[in-house]
Write a new protein. Structure first.
Length: 218
């Protein structure tokens, strides 16, 4: 069994959410704050919301879409915002630009909706994530599978979802290690293709184990 040139270090991650002081009471105010809020706030309401709702496989995938539907009764715009696949963006700024463009297009078609008061405000929050190494390391694929069975879902989210914002961009830590550490590019690509929207985080863990186990020697 091949031994990686450097082990994979599993990290435990904990996130703190804090209020920014920004809030939106209408779609017009949502647009204004989308343009000016911090990257951490965009991250919180997209990447981080996947962890908070990890047990759900239905419904909208980000907080903006949820609010637009529930508080503004704008299902068409909500669907367009929910359609943003965070795996396709190399940076938060690109994701922000796409959100802004989508809301701008909607308000250009229906200007009156920009001023309509929402049923409840949208509060912009930020996420601060702290990661520390766990006792779990892996130098082989077999060790990786054993460790993955024991780490928390927060560790899975940290390495599989939030990692896409770190270098190399748009790639999760697991797939990066499979390719760079073990030379298993095909496995890395299969892992990276796991859908984070139709699987819970536990489902993601099981899918990774299923794919990786197929590469273990009989």
């Amino acid at each position: 069994m091949k031994v990686a040139n450097s082990p994979f270090q599993f990290c435990a991650a904990s996130s703190l959410t804090r209020m920014t002081g920004l809030q939106a009471n209408s779609l017009g105010e949502l647009l204004e704050n989308l343009r000016s809020c911090s990257d951490d706030s965009i991250f919180n309401h997209t990447f981080q919301s996947l962890e908070e709702h990890h047990f759900l496989t239905e419904g909208f995938s980000n907080d903006f879409a949820q609010w637009v539907l529930a508080a503004c009764n704008e299902p068409r715009l909500a669907e367009r915002l929910a359609a943003k696949d965070i795996r396709q963006y190399a940076s938060i700024s690109m994701l922000r630009t796409d959100f802004v463009r989508t809301v701008e297009e909607q308000l250009a078609q229906a200007p009156e909706s920009a001023r309509r008061t929402a049923l409840q405000p949208f509060y912009f929050c930020e996420t601060v994530t702290v990661a520390v190494p766990t006792s779990w390391k892996a130098s082989t694929l077999q060790e990786f599978c054993e460790a993955l069975r024991h780490v928390s879902i927060h560790t899975v989210h940290y390495h599989f979802v939030t990692a896409r914002l770190r270098e190399p961009l748009t790639v999760n830590d697991f797939s990066d290690w499979f390719e760079r550490g073990l030379g298993l590019k095909d496995l890395g690509e299969r892992i990276d293709g796991i859908d984070i929207y139709t699987n819970t985080l536990e489902g993601v863990r099981e899918r990774i184990l299923e794919e990786a186990s197929a590469w273990l020697p009989a």
